[in-house]
Design a binder for this molecule. Structure first.
Ligand SMILES: NC(=O)C1=CN([C@@H]2O[C@H](COP(=O)(O)OP(=O)(O)OC[C@H]3O[C@@H](n4cnc5c(N)ncnc54)[C@H](OP(=O)(O)O)[C@@H]3O)[C@@H](O)[C@H]2O)C=CC1
Ligand SMILES: N[C@@H](CC=O)C(=O)O
Ligand code: NA
Length: 437
C-alpha cells in the first residue's frame, strides 16, 4: 500500500490509549477499507510511562505540541487530552495549520463549538466529534447525515454513563451513592472531577452539542437547565418502583413553535419505555423525527475501547475526505454570511414555560384536613393531581407522594412555594419530573 495518512495523537489516557490499541489491532482491516495505511506519527503525552504502557514506542512520544503542528506530514490531529483552555489552543493551532481534527471533547465543544466549526470551515478542514456524545454510539453522524431529511421534534438521551451506572446499581442492588460513584470512577467512566457527571453538567454539555445539530441551531452549555442525581434517595427509587417507573438522568431537547427547550434532570419514566431498560454504563438517545418517527441509538457511552471506536471512525472519515480531496465535506457554519443561513438563531424556552408531569414527595403532619389543604393549593395553581400515595408514618409525620398530570413548570413551582410555607408541611422532600407516558 503506497498511501499513508499520518496522525498526531494528543493524550494517551483512557481514550487515547484505546485509540492507539484499536488502530494497531485493526490496522490491516482499516487499511483495506480506507485504501491507505493510517499511522500514528507522534503522541503528545506528559506521562510517558502511561503511553509506553499502552504500547506506544518511546521515540514517538513528545511533550511539545509543535512537533505535531509543525510537521507537514501529519494530516489529522486527534485531541483526547480533555479540558478546555489547552485543548482549545491545540485545536485552534491544528486547524489553522490546515489539519483535520478529531476530538472527544464535549466540554470544549459545548462552549466553543461555534467558533471551532467556523475555524474548521475557514480552513477547509474536518472537525469531527462522534465520541463527544454517547461515547461509541453513532449519533452525531446519523443526525448530521442519515436523518438530515427529517425535522427533529425531540431527543431524550441517557448520555452520561457514570450516572446511569450509579442509578442502575442503586435501583437493582440497593447500593449506596458513594460506593457506586467509586466503582464508576474505578472503571474509567467518570470525568476527572466526577461532579460534572453527578451534577448533570457532562450530560448538559452533550445535550448542547446534540441540540445544536438536531434542531439546526446553536445551543450552548449555558442555555441548558441542569439538575443532577445527588438528591435522588433510596425512598424515591422505592416509590418509582411502586409507581411502575424507573429513575434516569435524562437530557431532553424539544422544538415546539420554533422555540427550543433543553433540560437535564432526573426523570421518572415508565418501566416499559425503551429508555427504561438502558442500564449500567450504557447510553441511549431516543430521537423523534417527522419522517422517521421514533428511533433509539443504544450502546456503550464511555470507556476505553467503545469511545476509541467512535474516535477511530472519525479518523477514518477524515482520512477518506483527505484522500478524495474533500475535507470539511459536511461542515455547516456560515450563518450570517451573505446569501447563506444553514442554521438558525432559535429562542430557548424559559424553564417555567416547559411542561411535564411531576412526582412530589412531602413530609406533612399526620392530621385530618392536610391532604385537602395541599390539594386545594394545587387546584388554585392549576395543577391537576393524577394520584396520591400515603404509606409511611414517622411518629406524627406522614410521607405523601403526589403525581400530577402534565402541567407548566411555573405553576408547579408557585404551588410548591405556597405548600412549603404551610404550617402542616414539614418539608418538600423531593420533586422529580415524569416523562414518556
Ligand atoms: N473516558 C471516557 O469514557 C470518555 C472520555 N471522553 C472525553 O475524552 C477526552 C479524554 O478523556 P480520558 O481519556 O478519559 O482522559 P484521561 O485523563 O484518561 O487522558 C488524558 C491524557 O492526556 C494527558 N494530558 C492532558 N493534558 C496534557 C498536555 N497538555 N500535554 C500532554 N498530555 C496531556 C493526561 O495526562 P495526565 O494524566 O498527566 O494529566 C492524560 O494521560 C476528554 O475530553 C473526555 O471528556 C469522551 C467520551 C468518553
Ligand atoms: N464521564 C462520561 C464519560 C463519557 O463521556 C460518562 O460517564 O458518560
Ligand atoms: Na457517539
Amino acid at each position: 500500500m503506497e498511501r499513508e495518512i499520518k496522525i498526531g495523537l494528543l493524550g494517551c489516557g483512557t481514550v487515547g490509549g484505546g485509540v492507539w490499541k484499536v488502530l494497531a489491532k485493526n490496522r490491516d482491516n482499516i487499511q483495506k477499507k480506507v485504501g491507505a495505511d493510517i499511522t500514528v506519527k507522534r503522541v503528545l503525552e506528559r506521562d510517558k510511562e502511561k503511553a509506553v504502557a499502552a504500547g506506544v514506542p518511546a521515540e514517538i512520544i513528545t511533550t511539545d505540541i509543535n512537533d505535531i503542528i509543525d510537521d507537514p506530514e501529519i494530516k489529522i490531529v486527534v485531541e483526547v487530552i480533555g479540558g478546555i483552555e489547552v485543548a482549545g489552543e491545540f485545536i485552534h493551532k491544528a486547524l489553522k495549520a490546515g489539519k483535520s481534527v478529531v476530538t472527544a471533547n464535549k466540554d470544549l465543544l459545548a462552549v466553543q463549538g461555534r467558533e471551532l466549526y467556523e475555524l474548521a470551515e475557514a480552513n477547509n478542514c474536518d472537525l469531527l466529534f462522534e465520541a463527544s456524545v454517547g461515547g461509541g454510539i453513532p449519533i452525531i453522524r446519523p443526525l448530521k447525515e442519515c436523518l438530515a431529511g427529517n425535522k427533529i421534534e425531540a431527543i431524550y438521551g441517557i448520555v452520561n454513563g457514570t450516572t446511569n451506572y450509579m442509578l442502575t446499581k442503586m435501583t437493582n442492588e440497593g447500593s449506596s451513592y458513594k460506593e457506586v460513584l467509586a466503582e464508576a470512577q474505578a472503571k474509567g467512566y467518570a470525568e476527572a472531577d466526577p461532579t460534572s457527571d453527578v451534577e448533570g453538567l457532562d450530560a448538559a454539555r452533550k445535550l448542547a452539542i446534540l441540540a445544536s445539530i438536531a434542531f439546526n441551531a446553536r445551543v450552548s452549555f449555558d442555555d441548558v437547565y441542569v439538575e443532577g442525581i445527588s438528591k435522588i434517595t433510596a425512598r424515591d427509587i422505592e416509590y418509582a418502583k411502586e409507581l411502575n417507573f424507573v429513575v434516569k438522568l435524562l437530557a431532553i431537547g424539544k422544538e415546539t413553535d420554533g422555540k427550543i427547550e433543553v433540560r437535564v434532570h432526573p426523570t421518572m419514566i415508565p418501566v416499559n419505555h425503551p429508555l427504561a431498560s438502558v442500564n449500567d454504563v450504557f447510553n441511549a438517545i431516543f430521537v423523534k423525527g417527522d419522517a422517521l418517527g421514533e428511533a433509539m441509538f443504544y450502546g456503550r457511552g464511555a470507556g476505553e475501547l467503545p469511545t476509541a471506536s467512535a474516535v477511530v471512525g472519525d479518523i477514518i472519515d477524515a482520512a477518506r475526505n483527505i484522500i478524495k480531496g474533500v475535507p470539511g465535506r459536511i461542515g455547516c457554519t456560515c450563518f450570517d454570511r451573505a446569501g447563506c443561513s444553514c442554521f438558525e438563531k432559535k429562542q430557548i424556552k424559559d424553564m417555567g414555560e416547559t411542561q411535564a408531569k411531576y412526582y412530589i414527595r412531602l413530609k406533612v403532619l399526620d392530621r385530618p384536613g392536610v391532604l385537602a389543604a395541599i390539594a386545594s393549593v394545587f387546584g388554585n395553581q392549576e395543577v391537576s393531581v393524577a394520584s396520591v400515595i400515603q404509606k409511611r408514618n414517622i411518629g406524627k409525620i406522614a410521607e405523601i407522594v403526589w403525581v400530577t398530570h402534565e402541567v407548566m413548570e411555573k405553576n408547579i413551582q408557585d404551588a410548591l412555594k405556597i405548600i412549603a410555607g404551610l404550617s402542616i408541611v414539614e418539608e418538600v422532600s423531593n420533586v422529580i419530573r415524569v416523562e414518556g407516558e
